[in-house]
Design a protein around this ligand. Structure first.
Ligand code: GLC
Length: 501
């Protein structure tokens, strides 16, 4: 069987508002992305995932969509999108767009109609609220002036659709067609385990984002993805879909990637695993045993950047571990998702002042939760200037960049051996050479205490999560190491790729 392009693809997440601002309004845009395509090509990724750029009041950074078939003037025009996709394809890059089917913006014409008392059956209106809480804190219900309530699992500006209404199904099939006809290679599906809520909307005890409960993961949702899959399969070029699916178990996750459903789902267990060989091994074993096509991800626009997650008392550790984890991830069978800025070793920005913060999580929790702005700070492209090259000079970016970003900028790292950026380029280039040579399967090798060794054909990956240096497994030569190797030993917090005949 021909291997589909997405099986081993490295996909780079572009959080559009923080990637590159060409228009000079302090917010990233589609022209900014287009101008940086050569950078992405050089980095060595296969595809990009663009976060929502649709018309939106931006109550949740664009995940509140008011028109699913357009481009917000903040991000450009539909013509800009068409040029971007054309140019991306010229560069050999595939393009995934984000689809938000669980909820729309409260500014969406359907919700505006519902507020006027018409066609409320497209959303979740009720006479009484139940006890569900919003994922962003506070009640999941808001009352409208005539006394009814509507459900929003996120912000009040994000009313949940009623997927028991066939009109919603038809609408989303049409939206998918709209973007497929414009040449997108696939979709990232926001909150893919949402959509349906249990009949009768019973109260819950545990409503954590991933728990199987009346709120999430209802069986009816799978029919939606079967229909989407049928549609995707009618287009040439192996169009695909990857679901944002938070579950408690890999068995649950596997339901979403049955052969007639989604092609992939994110594997958040990998991102949530602590720095431990046993935790890593457990996730890898469970993943490979349950899903036909594995994916791996360490960071995205919703979580604390992994460099900071891995940081312990010694300040250098986070970056060392982040680079080691990258080598482990890129050596695993399947596809990997990178988040913009991780190739620069960007840390989470933890000291944004309250007045700069924009995430609804911060406001809805009344400042108790910091929210996700710290991983969304605009990228530093140059080491000087008002926005470190993110915006044209003289423009301030929508979130302030910390001073330390200057030394981490693309310009500061480009061409410097030993920089994180050059390390990512080497790792991706090496992975590209190995693709097609090494098998999809993985074999565990005996590993010393604290370390994890595995092989895929002639490639051996060794990662040391312990506190002592360990002896390397038998090999012919070293392909790439995340840090210096001393006397044939792999130091703590590092990883290496080896070639063995
Ligand atoms: C997803 C997105 C997140 C957004 C939420 C609501 O989890 O990744 O950024 O806030 O859905 O749309």
């Amino acid at each position: 069987m021909e291997i589909p392009w997405w099986r081993d693809a490295v996909v780079y997440e572009i959080y559009v508002r923080s990637f590159a601002d060409a228009s000079g309004d302090g917010v990233g845009d589609l022209v900014g992305v287009r101008e940086r395509l050569p950078y992405l090509r050089r980095l060595g990724v296969d595809a990009v995932w663009l976060t929502p750029f649709y018309p939106s009041p931006m109550a949740d950074g664009g995940y509140d969509v008011a028109d699913y078939r357009g481009v917000d003037p903040l991000f450009g025009t539909l013509a800009d999108f068409e040029t971007l996709i054309h140019d991306a394809h010229q560069h050999g890059l595939k393009v995934l767009v984000d689809i938000v089917p669980n909820h729309s913006s409260s500014a969406h014409p359907w919700f505006q109609e519902a507020l006027r008392g018409e066609r409320r059956d497209r959303y979740m209106f009720a006479d009484q609220p139940n006890n569900w809480q919003s994922t962003f804190s506070g009640p999941a219900w808001t009352q409208v002036p005539d006394g009814q309530w509507y459900l929003h699992l996120f912000a009040p500006e994000q009313p949940d659709f009623n997927w028991r209404n066939p009109e919603v199904h038809q609408e989303f099939l049409d939206i998918l067609k709209f973007w497929l006809d414009r040449g997108v290679d696939g979709f990232r599906i926001d909150v893919a385990m949402g959509l349906y809520k249990a009949e009768g909307l019973p109260d819950v005890k545990d409503q954590s984002f991933k728990a199987a409960s009346p709120v999430w993961g209802q069986p009816e949702v799978h029919e939606v993805y079967r229909n989407w899959r049928k549609l995707l399969d009618t287009y040439p070029g192996r169009r695909m879909a990857v679901g944002e699916v938070w579950t408690d178990s890999s068995a649950d996750l596997a339901l979403y990637v049955r052969p007639d459903e989604l092609h992939q789902s994110f594997n958040f267990a990998w991102l949530q695993a602590p720095w431990s060989p046993t935790a890593f091994k457990k996730v890898i074993d469970e993943t490979l045993a349950t899903v036909p096509f594995a994916t791996w991800v360490l960071s995205n626009h919703d979580v604390v950047r992994h460099r900071t997650r891995y940081e312990v008392s010694d300040p250098g550790t986070g970056l060392m571990r982040a680079k080691a984890a990258l080598l482990a991830m890129l050596a695993l069978p399947g596809s990997a998702y990178l988040y913009q800025g991780e190739e620069l070793g960007l840390p989470e920005v933890t000291d944004l002042p309250p007045e700069a913060r924009q995430d609804p999580v911060f406001f809805q929790s009344e400042g108790k939760l910091p929210g996700r702005d710290g991983c969304r700070v605009p990228l530093p492209w140059s080491s000087e200037g008002d926005s470190l090259g993110f915006s044209p000079d003289g423009v301030r970016p929508w979130l302030p960049q910390p001073e330390e970003f200057a030394a981490l900028s693309v310009a500061s790292q480009d061409g410097h051996p030993g920089s994180t950026l050059e390390f990512y380029r080497q790792a991706l280039a090496c992975r590209r050479e190995l693709a097609g040579v090494i098998p999809y399967t993985l074999e565990w090798l005996d590993s010393p205490e604290g370390a994890l060794f595995f092989a895929r054909g002639s490639l051996i990956c060794a990662i040391n999560c312990g506190t002592e240096a360990v002896r390397l497994p038998a090999h012919d030569n070293v392909l790439l190491a995340s840090g210096p190797l001393t006397d044939g030993l792999l130091p703590p917090d590092s990883a290496v790729w080896l070639h063995a005949g």
